[in-house]
Ligand binder design. Structure first.
Ligand code: HMG
Length: 386
């Protein structure tokens, strides 16, 4: 058996903006967002929620179910880091009360970093089959108001327990990568919002997909017939369709049945927006939790893309009995029970600046999960468990 994902847990903020409201405010035909981009609502993080609270909230059910004694690492994958030195993983370590023998590390390469964390974790547990690694991908996607990227914004986190005998997905030991130095999407340290060359970024994504796929094929000896389903990094859900069409043109993938291969992995992302590092794993969670068909034994193709860029095509095989450890009902309720914001409330939230004066700040309480970002004191972030 190959190492892989033993449990998955997803978390998104309790507030959402319907993209019809955004379209109305921007004077855009709502079908551009709903059909053209394939997005319906975007998750909005309130001021007392950040990538740390989302990460801890995603991971808590895993810790409650399996304990934390066998974790050697907590790896937090994010591009919305909260500190230049202190890793977000150390805050999450504290909130989850992980043992002091569990190392904490933050990883960054745009939306790709959770995939790097996954391979590092698999290699670690392969050498130590009685140990485990906790990975949490957590991000808040923000562009400037009125930027074409605005309707793709989102927020969310996915936590994964990685073990040598996984109950959800074994990760195949081969991969195809593509890396290059490009400016398609980036966020300089002095900016709150990302900068993006939108159309160029989409072309970079697709070019990287073909290159990574060709190298995956050479490394594995597999072709498209090996996969029953396919999950992609989803900056917006129509990207999966673009990716499949692109593989038809460049790598002779078949056109027949291509929508069936991607359809079950789209619903969660359609309602959260881009969750950057978490996006591919959110799509995988959605596929496993919403597919009517029993996927035990099915090979799933996975494409991870992080702007800048590093991309990877890899795969995994679904384990028998995987449904017993999923949290489908909890995730369905979380998405359904969100508070719908009106446009003005959305703009008020995104315009609220984080204080930078090092003084004492206590934040107003919004709806959050089990953890909240309560304020700032002497330049230190203060978190609390509710
Ligand atoms: P845009 O340029 O305003 O949109 O922004 P568009 O003109 O390309 O239209 C989008 C689609 O809607 C088109 O479909 C239109 O035809 C259609 P397509 O031609 O592509 O098939 N459309 C309509 N459909 C129905 N009814 C209508 C209508 N009007 C138009 N009335 C863009 C699009 C993606 C560029 C923008 O949202 C953006 O900049 N997004 C952010 C960047 C991004 O998501 N890039 C994706 C690849 S890079 C990536 O994935 C990495 C990333 O996650 C970051 C990281 O790695 O950290 C972003």
């Amino acid at each position: 058996m190959n190492p892989g994902i033993d449990r998955l847990s997803f978390y998104c903020p309790a507030y959402a903006l319907d993209l019809r409201r955004l379209a109305e405010a921007r004077g855009v035909d709502p079908d551009k967002y709903l059909s053209g981009l394939g997005q319906e609502t975007m998750a909005v993080a309130p001021p007392d929620e950040d990538i740390v609270t989302m990460a801890a909230s995603a991971a808590l059910p895993i810790v409650e179910a399996d304990g934390a004694d066998d974790f050697d690492w907590i790896l937090v994958a994010t591009e919305t880091g909260v500190d230049q030195s202190k890793a977000a993983a150390t805050f999450v370590h504290g909130l989850l009360e992980l043992p002091s023998t569990c190392s904490a590390l933050e990883l960054k390469q745009a939306c790709y970093s959770a995939t790097a964390a996954l391979h590092m974790a698999c290699a670690w547990v392969a050498a130590r089959p009685d140990r485990a690694v906790l990975i949490v991908a957590s991000d808040i996607a923000r562009y400037e108001l009125c930027n074409p990227g605005e309707p793709t914004q989102g927020a969310g986190a996915v936590a994964m327990r990685i073990t040598a005998r996984p109950r959800v997905l074994e990760i195949d030991p081969f991969r195809g990568v593509h890396a290059d130095d490009v400016f398609d999407f980036w966020r300089p340290n002095y900016r709150e919002e990302a900068l993006v060359d939108g159309q160029y970024s989409t072309r970079m994504y697709l070019a990287a997909l073909t290159a990574a796929w060709e190298r995956y094929g050479a490394a594995s000896g597999l072709d498209w017939t090996a996969f029953r389903r396919q999950c992609f990094h989803l900056p917006f859900t129509r990207m999966a369709e673009k990716a499949m069409l692109h593989l038809q043109r460049t790598a002779r993938w078949p056109s027949e049945g291509f929508r069936d291969r991607i359809a079950d992995g789209l619903a969660y992302n359609r309602h959260t927006g881009n969750t950057y590092a978490a996006s591919l794993y959110e799509s995988l969670t959605c596929l496993l939790e919403t597919a009517a068909e029993d996927l035990a034994g099915a090979r799933v193709g996975l494409f991870s893309y992080g702007s800048g860029c590093t991309a990877e095509f890899f795969s995994g095989v679904v384990r028998p009995g995987y449904r017993e450890v999923l949290r489908a009902e909890a995730h369905r309720r979380q998405l359904a029970d969100r508070v719908a914001l009106d446009y003005r409330q959305y703009e008020d939230i995104v315009r609220l600046p984080l204080p930078k004066d090092g003084g004492e700040h206590v934040f107003a309480q919004y709806r959050t999960g089990p953890f909240r970002f309560a304020g700032l004191s002497q330049h230190k972030r203060v978190y609390e468990r509710l």
